[in-house]
Design a protein around this ligand. Structure first.
Ligand code: ATP
Length: 886
């Protein structure tokens, strides 16, 4: 038996579900227990043990372990054990860092997991797709990714794109009738919808017949390509850099060993010192710290309501030069209230706020009788998908806010749900942003048929031939047209969103084809509604401007409405242009690219125009962020450098095409994400600087000492300890640093900018050199004072190196002067520095560790000497440039 061969009733019967009620919560829970969650099983993840062992794959660590074995064989047990312990701790740290990165990535995936709209206990609810069970009645809407295998029961122009399953990208028209043929291919099972495919048009309702691994997709899941771990361009660049640094570190180390042996140091000592130095100098922790910094930054973004779907977006955010944003809902609240109506030759003001059903209709301060406004409001209520529900005393709109506003206005004029139900809907031609209009064909109580069309006035005006005037129908004159255009002007200049409402009487035998229905219309009225800008958006747009980022408004609304709102939000500067969709149609890509830099508002656009806009901006060298919510927005979002989708109102298709999802659909969240993105990048620069300057210091002190004929200033365990404690913890803490107060005051970072640009390379070399020099000075002074006490001189060198790095870490927090930042702001860094100092004390003063680390007690005057030297690299360079506090 195949599901597609059964009739709708048979399917529902077999699955024991009523189409009007859905499953009860109890049955759904029971079924979920029985079949398990509705998800495809992922391939076995790498085991924790494997992840731990992976830490030892590093070539240099293996060499170090071999060398340790050698020293063990030579009887140097203390050295051998100490080195092994340090390597183990290092591996644990690496392991935890990777675990953390892995976990936060999984959490991200869960956050952006799809949801489903199912009928349970007579109520439509939204649940995570994993909880969908067999027998669930499920709603399919344009833009949904289908979450299970479904037998379709109802469909309005339902088309599904099944390329994920069949490879065929042309959408398939769906039907609801059963098909008798045996053994049909999936592509031919026209009354079925399969998991993983996409609703590209229309709406429908179906019943779930298979979930999880039992779906068609589940059966072929093994063939699916597993998604690879994402590597961001920055991570790739740093990995490449790591390879170069390995070579440099190895050459320098070999050089140190060579000179050491030449100067008469024992070969074995030099070998172990060389290996330890190589391990310390190679920034093997860098990739893991970068991933942790990225994923922690991403978690901070979640708190600000932005979900990063592609890690590379974090970097792109910092380079974004233009944000193209939808207006309705993103820059405005999408809380529509009808403010003006033009009907029966009267311009009427409507009072009352938001969703409260209180308010009146006035013309010149006089209340207008309901009779004059009933027609326009009645038709607005019938040609409408939204519903009103009363929760406690508040009314709530379910559906499109534009339509909700029409329902509220109708209620204010005492029209009720019963009045709406007097009309039976026979056919509907839905609204979409391409057509900018919607039509329903209805029959009233007297079986009279007519069409109601509502839509953008400039789209409907050319289709109007008649007009109703105090219930009389008469031909539409050019004077009427002028009058309407004037009123339209009045409304749009006040930033009102406008809708024209028209009717058309139909004969019973007339074709219901929409090309003929939506012509020869009779004008009933204009409605103007207010959608206030979101409060926080103006500030966000200003912040973007200060950060060198241009904001462009893209909207389906009328140019004048868009312009008025753009002015309120300070998007449109003096001399800035507004372009509309009609003009865009007549422009070549080149013409658009030539003008695009001066255009700040694109009005009356369709989603197809968005792609053209992205391409024109990119042709001018911009890095473009583009928002979107519908299926048709996906191509432009994919073509842009960073696609941004709406978490609340966006379709699955838009979300999948995006790199960033705004949980609150709010423009201000984009600005917050950009700030965070820039900060993450700056933090990565901070710890790259810290780690590399420390490594340069470590290598140079060894190199200089040996070249000058001194004994080794640091022994292998000391070098490894520095690598583990002083380098690791503070670097991680720098990854968590707060943004400098100037991250949103600088220009976007060029995409091609290397990590060492803006003086970072020089800073690393100069600070590293100074750290090496002061450590060497400390060592030489102590050694020359008392050559018999090499251990003492080494303790001094070791402590100076550690302290110089721990002081330098504060300088790394800023590209400007060390004093530009409050040192107590980053508590993680303070914690890391204090624990490093505490561990240093233990190593210096705790007798058993003194044996292992070959240290001796230090006295106050030693500390004064050490601290004055170790402060030099930071004090010397730290006074440069600005001192603004952040
Ligand atoms: P954006 O979200 O990109 O800022 P938008 O949502 O304002 O744009 P559309 O939804 O495409 O753009 O609306 C364009 C025009 O279509 C509106 O100005 C209005 O005149 C008309 N319109 C909007 N919603 C409806 C609807 N539900 N029925 C009929 N006409 C509508």
């Amino acid at each position: 038996m195949n599901w597609y061969q059964l009739s709708e009733e048979e399917v529902l019967d077999k699955l024991a579900v009523n189409q009007k009620v859905g499953l009860t919560k109890e049955v759904a829970t029971e079924r979920l227990k029985k079949t398990g969650p509705n998800q495809l099983e992922e391939k076995q993840k790498a085991s924790l043990f494997f992840l731990f062992i992976k830490q030892f794959q590093d070539f240099m660590v293996l060499v170090l372990l071999a060398a340790t074995l050698l020293s063990g064989l030579l009887g140097e047990y203390v050295d051998a054990i100490a080195i092994i312990v340090i390597v183990l701790i290092n591996s644990f740290l690496g392991f935890f860092q990777e675990q953390k990165a892995e976990k936060s990535l999984t959490k991200l995936k869960e956050l952006s997991a799809p949801v489903a709209h199912v009928l349970r206990d007579k109520e439509w609810i939204t649940i995570p797709s994993q909880q969908v069970v067999i027998g669930d009645i499920i709603k399919l809407t344009n833009g949904d990714r289908i979450v299970a295998d479904i037998r379709i029961c109802k469909g309005e122009g339902l088309e599904i794109e099944e390329s994920a399953l069949t490879g065929e990208s042309a959408p398939v028209h769906k039907k609801i009738t059963s098909i008798a043929t045996e053994d049909l291919d999936y592509a031919d099972q026209q009354n079925m919808a399969f998991m993983g495919t996409l609703v590209s048009k229309g709406t429908g309702v179906g019943v779930v017949v298979a979930t999880g691994m039992k779906t068609v997709m589940g059966q072929i899941a093994d063939l699916l390509v597993q998604t690879k771990a994402q590597v961001t361009p920055l991570e790739r660049r740093l990995a490449d850099l790591g390879k170069i640094l390995i070579v440099i570190a190895l050459i320098l180390t070999a050089f140190v060993v060579f000179i050491g042996v030449w100067q008469g140091h024992p070969l074995y000592d030099m070998f172990l010192a060389g290996i330890s130095l190589a391990v310390a100098a190679i920034p093997e922790g860098l990739p893991a710290i970068v991933t942790v910094a990225l994923s922690l930054g991403v978690q901070r973004m979640i708190k600000k309501k932005a979900i990063v779907r592609k890690l590379s977006a974090v970097e792109t955010l910092g380079s974004t030069t233009v944000i193209c944003s939808d207006k309705t809902g993103t820059m405005t609240e999408n809380r529509m209230t009808v403010r003006q109506i033009y009907t029966n030759q009267r311009l009427i003001q409507v009072t009352g706020e938001g969703q409260a059903i209180t308010g009146n209709f006035y013309q010149d301060q006089e209340i207008v009788p309901d009779r004059l406004i009933h027609a326009v409001l009645m038709y607005g209520m019938v040609c409408n998908h939204a519903t009103l529900t009363q929760k406690k005393k508040l009314w709530q709109v379910d559906g499109d806010p534009t339509e909700g506003a029409l329902l509220i206005a109708a209620r204010k004029a005492n029209l009720s749900e019963d009045d709406r139900n007097n009309f039976k809907i026979i056919k509907e031609i839905p609204f979409d942003s391409e057509r900018k209009r919607m039509t329903v064909i209805v029959e009233d109580n007297q079986k009279k048929r007519f069409a109601i069309t509502k839509g953008a006035p400039d789209v409907l005006l050319p289709r109007i031939n008649y007009l109703t005037d105090d219930a009389e129908r008469r031909p539409f004159t050019s004077k009427d047209k002028k009058e309407i255009e004037e009123k339209l002007n009045v409304m749009t200049e006040q930033a009102l969103r406008t809708i024209a409402i028209c009717v058309k009487p139909l004969n019973a035998d007339m074709s219901l084809d929409h090309t003929s229905i939506e012509n020869n219309l009779t004008f009933v009225g204009l409605v103007g509604m207010m959608d206030p800008p979101r409060k926080e958006v103006k500030k966000a747009i200003k912040a973007c401007k200060d950060a060198g980022i241009k904001t462009v408004m893209i909207t389906g609304d009328h140019a004048k409405t868009a312009e008025a709102i753009a002015k309120q939000l300070d998007i449109l500067p003096l001399g800035g242009q507004v372009l509309n969709g009609y003009e865009l149609n007549h422009m070549s890509e080149k013409e658009l690219a030539d003008r695009v830099d001066n255009v700040y508002v694109f009005a009356r656009v369709t989603p197809a125009h968005k792609l053209k806009i992205v391409q024109a901006l990119q042709a001018k060298g911009h890095i473009v962020a583009m928002t979107g919510d519908g299926v048709n927005d996906a191509p432009a979002m994919k073509a842009s450098d960073i696609g941004i989708s709406m978490g609340k109102s966006g379709t699955d298709v838009a979300k999948e095409a995006s790199a960033l999802v705004l949980l609150d659909d709010n423009f201000a969240t984009i600005e917050a994400a950009i700030e965070e993105g820039r900060n993450i990048y700056e933090n990565i620069r901070k710890f790259v600087r810290y780690l590399l300057a420390s490594n340069v210091g470590e290598i140079l002190v060894m190199l200089f000492a040996i070249a000058l004929g001194f004994p080794l200033p640091l022994i292998p365990v000391q070098i490894l300890w520095v690598n583990l404690v002083t380098d690791g913890l503070p670097a991680m803490a720098l990854g968590l640093d707060q943004a400098e107060n100037n991250v949103m005051k600088t220009k976007p970072r060029p995409v091609k900018e290397g990590i060492f640009s803006r003086g970072l390379g020089i800073k690393i070399l100069t600070r590293g050199l100074m750290i090496g020099v002061v450590t060497l000075l400390a060592f030489m002074t102590a050694y020359q004072n008392d050559p018999a006490h090499l251990t003492y001189a080494r303790t001094i060198a070791f402590t100076t190196l550690v302290m110089a790095q721990l002081i330098h870490v504060f300088d790394c927090r800023s590209e400007r002067s060390i004093f530009s930042r409050n040192p107590f702001q980053n508590i993680y860094l303070l914690g890391a520095v204090f624990s490093s100092v505490a561990l240093l004390m233990v190593v210096i003063y705790y007798p058993p560790l003194q044996v292992i680390f070959e240290t001796v007690d230090l006295h106050l005057r030693d500390w004064i000497f050490i601290l004055s030297l170790s402060a030099i690299p930071t004090v010397l360079f730290g006074f440069t440039k600005g001192t603004a506090k952040s």
